[in-house]
Design a protein around this ligand. Structure first.
Ligand code: FCB
Length: 427
């Protein structure tokens, strides 16, 4: 039985600060994450991204892994401070070299490069002038997008402007758990939000202006609600709750971002919506309106403590599709496990296989229901620096021995390759 269309795009994802290392090489400037991770007590175990998975030097191995798994696409991000070390327009040509190699190798391997322009490593020089509180950051982002688009014209055609604005503003400028570690008043966070929207719009205009065939979206995150049962009342309750939750994720939710952007006449309207979905909340129709169903005591949780709720990957895309009618991609989904190298030298991760199996079956139900979802990026290709959690959380299909940089595909990598090869038929 086939669950996914033949042309469904199967991929895996990564991000610059989380995987590259090489933070002082070839003229790279500092990012807010360098500053933050080197500030005591900000990141678990005082971990930093200084070396990370060393992909700055080992990207050839990463491409080989992508190719061996038979993936159609690889999502990676470009480090803004490599291209613009001071955050301005003094471009650093050496900063492109590694990405040139990566992009060309992907193309040669028949893998589509999907590039994210901003996965949270803001040049520190811009943060020194207020970061996203300053409208100049949005303009600088537009200029950087133009420079990158020009450079990769004809080679990279699929783009994400910004990854999870909800998260980097909510946690970076709200709760202070992420770089730059600020705890601003709600109105000041809203200023960041406004500038982020402008930055996204300038970037999308630059990408389209340089090459009208560029396909541009962004990766959104936020609370996902799913019905506690198949009853029509519960479905309606979950739908309502998903787009009404005032608190959202880090203070902001999917609709905070997508409602304004997806208006017909908005120049920032994306070509597709990327959804990063890891879990959701069950909702039922209560006597006084929609109510959350508490997660069962002792219910399954990932190593991070996140609930295992495959239904989120069916209903999240369904509700977003109904509301915006734009092509969807799952730009991130996955989990962290307590992985280690077993006595036989392999990394066995049955929990990851079971998790992905359940989530992909749920996604297939969304496809079946007519949701226009075109692809799925597993987070992550390789283990990496999980922000404030440092290296404790291993999200990769491929294990990284951080002492040596050695990569060992986990059992799930082979399993995922089988799913990809059979277009989901192996599920
Ligand atoms: C998302 C981030 C990604 C990764 C996963 C686990 O919020 O976009 O970089 O950290 O979570």
């Amino acid at each position: 039985m086939e669950y996914f269309p033949k042309d469904f795009l199967w991929g895996a994802a990564s991000a610059s600060y989380q995987t590259e290392g090489g933070v002082k090489e070839d003229g790279r400037g500092e990012s807010v994450w360098d500053t933050f991770s080197h500030t005591p007590c900000k990141v678990r175990n005082s971990d930093t991204g200084d070396v990370a998975a060393d992909s700055y030097h080992r990207w050839r191995e990463d491409v080989a892994l992508v190719k061996d798994m038979g993936l159609g696409a690889y999502r990676f991000s470009i480090a803004w401070p490599r291209i613009a070390p001071n955050g301005g327009t003094d471009w650093n040509p050496a900063g492109f070299a590694m990405y040139d190699g990566l992009v060309d190798a992907l193309l040669e391997a028949g893998v589509q490069p999907w590039a994210t322009l901003y996965h949270w490593d803001l040049p520190q020089a811009l943060q020194n002038k207020g970061g996203w509180q300053n409208e100049d950051t949005a303009r600088a982002f537009g200029a950087y997008a133009r420079e990158v688009a020009e450079h990769f014209k004809g080679r990279v055609t699929h783009w994400f402007t910004i990854n999870e604005p909800q998260c980097f503003i909510g946690m970076g400028y709200g709760s202070g758990e992420h770089a730059p570690g600020l705890r601003l008043r709600p109105e000041d966070q809203l200023l960041c939000w406004k500038n982020m929207l402008l930055g996204h719009t300038l970037a999308i205009q630059a990408l389209r202006g340089i090459d009208p065939s560029n396909v541009v979206g962004l990766a959104s995150c936020g609370g996902v609600c799913y019905p506690a049962s198949e009853r029509a009342e519960d479905i309606e309750a979950a739908r309502k709750r998903m787009f009404a939750r005032p608190e959202g994720f880090g203070g902001f939710s999917h609709h905070d971002l997508l409602d304004p952007l997806c208006l017909e006449d908005n120049p920032g309207k994306p070509d597709f919506i990327g959804l990063n979905i890891y879990n959701g909340i069950a909702v039922r129709a209560g006597e006084n309106g929609p109510e959350d169903v508490p997660y069962p005591m002792g219910g399954p949780r990932t190593a991070f403590g996140w609930p295992v709720t495959p239904e989120a990957l069916e209903w999240g895309p369904r509700f977003v599709w109904e509301r915006y009618h734009l092509p969807l991609y799952i730009s991130e989904n996955g989990l962290s496990c307590r992985d280690w190298v077993a006595l036989d030298g392999k990394v066995h991760d049955p929990g990851r296989i079971d998790f992905l199996h359940r989530y992909l079956l749920a996604l297939s139900r969304a496809v079946d229901a007519g949701v226009d979802v075109h692809g799925y990026f597993q987070w992550a290709l390789i283990d990496n620096f999980e922000w404030a959690e440092g290296y404790d959380q291993r999200f990769g299909l491929v294990y990284v021995d951080y002492a040596t940089g050695r990569r060992i595909p986990k059992d799930s990598a082979e399993w995922y390759a089988g799913v990809v090869k059979s277009s989901g038929g192996a599920l």
